[in-house]
Design a protein around this ligand. Sequence first.
Ligand code: SF4
Length: 428
Amino acid sequence: MTVLDLTPRTAIQPAARRTVLRERGQREVFCGLTGIVWLHRKIQDAFFLVVGSRTCAHLIQSAAGVMVFAEPRFATAIMEERDLAGMADANEELDRVVSELLARRPDIRVLFLVGSCPSEVIKLDLSRAAQRLSGRYGPNLRVVNYSGSGIETTFTQGEDACLAALLDEVPVDPSTEASLVVVGTLPDIVEDQFQRLFDAMGLPRVAFFPPRRSTQMPAIGPNTRFLLAQPFLGETTQKLEGRGAQRLAALFPFGANGTTAWLRAAAEAFGVDMARFEAVIAPARDRARRSLERHRGKLAGKSIFFFPDSQLEPSLARFVAEELDMRVLEVGTPYLNRTLVGCETDRLSADVVLSEGQDVDRQLDRCRAARPDLTVCGLGLANPLEAEGLATKWSIELVFSPIHGFDQAGDLAGLFARPITRHDLLRV
Ligand code: SF4
C-alpha cells in the first residue's frame, strides 16, 4: 500500500488529468554536468570545458572516469580562490586556458563552455566569452555556452541546455519538402537501428540531433517534424517550435509498445501506408515482445517505486506497468512536463502516486512504508536503502545504457530484473 503523508510542506494540487503530489524540500540529484558523460561520446569533434571548481572536476572525473580515452574530450578550467574573490580576471584566465587547449587539440570543431554553480555565483558571463572566442577562432571552431549548474536543476537538464544552445548553430532548412529530425542523444547503434526502419518505411529526409559530428548539423525549419527521443528536452522543444518545427507527439521509444507508437507517429506524419509500416516493424517488434516475455515471468506483480532523478520516470513507469506487468507504487519526477509526458502518465492506473519535485525524507518514509520489491533512485539513496533490505536500481544507469528501441527492450527489462534476482539470491 502507498502511504500519502500530507503535511504543510506537502500539498496535493488539482491538475488537469490526475492528482500530483508536489514537494519542495531537500533533493538528492546530480547536476547537469553529468550530461557531458554521454554528450561527449556522441559529438565526436566536440570538447566540453567546464568552468567550475575542484568539486565539478571531481564529479566529471568520477562519473566519466570508468571510460578510458587516450585524449578525453572534457576538462575543467578550475576557478581558484583568486577568481572567486574577483582578484584575477576570470575572462583572461579562460582565454589562456582555451588557447592552450586549442594548441594541443586542433581537431576540436565545437567547444562548449559549460557553466557551473561557482561560475554562476560570481556571474561570469560565459555567453560573452563564447562570442569573443568564436570571433577569435571561427569559422573553423564554434564556441557555444550552456549551464550545467546544479542550482535548482537535475542532471538530464544538462543535455537539454546543451542542445538548446547548439540549436543556434543549426542552419534554417530552406526546403519546402518535409523532413524528420530525431532529437535527443542516442547511442550510435540505436540511431542506426532507427535509421534502417525509417529507410524501410521510405522516409527520405531523416536526421538526428545532436549529430555525430558538428559539421553534420541537420537543417531545421517550418517543414521539419521532430520526434523527441528523450522526455527531458523541454527547453530544446520550445526552441525548435520557435523555429516553426512541429513536434510529433508520441510515447517515448521504450519497449515494444512505446517504440511502435513512436515510429507510428512518424509514419502517419509522412503518410506511410499502414500495411507497409506494419511489415517494416513487425519482425523487430516481435523480437522485442519475445525478449520481454523472458523477464515478465520474473517481474509480473512485483512492486516498484521511482524516486525523482532522470525525468525518464513517467515513461519507464508506463513501460514496466504495461509491458512487464509490474505494480507501480509511486512515480517521482524532478519536473513534470505534461505536454511531453502526459501521454505516458495517462496510461498509469489511477492508484499510482505521481509526485513532482522532492522532499527526500518524506519520500523515504513513503518508500519504507510501501516496502517495494524494487526502488529506482539516485546513487546517494541506493546504498542506505539496500542496507535496509530493499532492492535498488540506480536511475543514472538507465540514462547511460542503450535502452531505446525494439532491440534494446529486453536489455531494458533486464535492468529492472537483475537487482531483484540478486536480492533474492542474497536473501536465500
Ligand atoms: S556544477 Fe554545482 S552541483 Fe555540479 S559539481 Fe559543480 S558545484 Fe557541484
